[in-house]
Design a protein around this ligand. Structure first.
Ligand SMILES: NC(=O)c1ccc[n+]([C@@H]2O[C@H](COP(=O)([O-])OP(=O)(O)OC[C@H]3O[C@@H](n4cnc5c(N)ncnc54)[C@H](OP(=O)(O)O)[C@@H]3O)[C@@H](O)[C@H]2O)c1
Length: 318
């Protein structure tokens, strides 16, 4: 079978497609015949060497959707032929950029009837991230005001839909090119992320009780400044030395709670995926698949996920 791997760390060009042995399912694992793979910024961090990999060559990739091919000992939730989707691979274990993948069964859920493999793969990591941020960490309640940064991104466009489905009012900072489409996904107000009066503009609409910060660098001080009394800010973007609060006054005076998270820590991934599958089946949270790539184009997909502007997700179909 074919797998896109890197033999050394570097730019997108280090990804090559190799012929490798088909995997056998270990204890608690399921071998999936992969039909679609979500492309995420984190896949590039492992390739670049910013995040550690167990050994080289390494197959990146967190998300997958496909058909169960074989089931290992200790797995009773799936049988061959089941359609599944899942996430969490590629971190401490090989990833999903391959035609066949041995995945822990606890990282998988049933892909609902009628949902495409592309939708399942596109939803899994970003859906789990949005779920952990809004449901597990922020405890978002109906009618609260939520602010999602990076609304046209993978996480952002799904977080908008999830928050709206939970009954919240949703504001978002985004590329203004996608305003209409983000409003149709459930955003009440889309703020051009480039405007110089962003703080005033948000404050005129209201003080968010929940903020999902997919960027952090530009926004942590902004988050504290616009937040409501007792707001919950969930930080999941990349951080640099610039990320942080330059002045803690606003955060202290309003008892703002900052929560940092990684979706890899989700305790029961299968349970969250099952809920996301239900929302997908009911059309409540549906990823936008902007473009699909072949496995041979994996490097180009990884370049695009960091450099190109788009709404939603990029997907590889091996
Ligand atoms: N901690 C976790 O568990 C976790 C999970 C998932 C993702 N992440 C991280 O979260 C970040 C977002 O992930 P993603 O998958 O959503 O990435 P993505 O699809 O690349 O989305 C990022 C979005 O941010 C937008 N953006 C650029 N500048 C902005 C600004 N100043 N204000 C608001 N939005 C801006 C981009 O729009 P344009 O391209 O149109 O400019 C793009 O749509 C990444 O750093 C990723 O590694 C963390």
């Amino acid at each position: 079978m074919r797998a896109a791997r890197f033999h050394e760390h570097g730019g997108p060009e280090v990804l090559t497609v190799d012929d490798v042995d088909s995997p056998e399912p270990g204890y608690g694992e399921v071998v999936v015949d992969v039909r679609a793979i979500g492309v995420n910024p984190v896949d590039t961090y492992f390739r670049e060497g910013a995040y550690p990999v167990p050994s080289l060559p390494f197959t990146p990739g967190s998300d997958l959707a496909g058909v169960v091919d074989a089931v290992g000992e200790g797995v009773d939730r799936f049988v061959p032929g089941d359609r599944v989707f899942g996430t969490g691979l590629g971190n401490g274990m090989h990833g999903t950029y391959a035609e066949e993948v041995a995945a822990p069964a606890e990282f998988l859920a049933t892909l609902p009837e009628g949902a495409s493999f592309e939708d399942g793969a596109a939803l899994s990591l970003v859906g789990m991230t949005a779920w952990q941020a809004l449901v597990a960490h922020a405890n978002l309640e109906p009618a609260e005001l939520a602010l999602v940064h990076g609304g046209n991104g993978g996480v952002g466009h799904v977080a908008i839909q999830l928050a709206e489905t939970m009954g919240a009012r949703v504001l978002t900072t985004a590329n203004p090119e996608y305003r209409d489409r983000l409003e149709s996904l459930g955003a009440e107000t889309v703020f051009d992320y480039g405007r110089s009066d962003l703080t005033d503009a948000v404050q005129q609409v209201g003080a968010p009780e929940v903020i999902v910060d997919t960027r952090m660098d530009e926004y942590m001080q902004f988050d504290a400044d616009v937040a409501a009394q007792g707001a919950r800010v969930v930080c999941l973007g990349n951080s640099t030395e610039q990320a942080g609060l330059s002045a803690v006054g606003a955060a202290k005076s309003k008892d703002v709670r900052f929560q940092f998270m990684t979706m890899y820590n989700t305790p029961d991934k299968a349970a969250v995926l099952a809920r996301l599958g239900d929302l997908l089946a009911r059309g409540e949270v549906v990823p936008e698949v902007e473009r699909t790539y072949s496995l041979d184009e994996a490097g180009e997909a990884q370049r695009a996920v960091l450099e190109d502007s788009f709404l939603g997700k990029l997907v590889i179909t091996p």
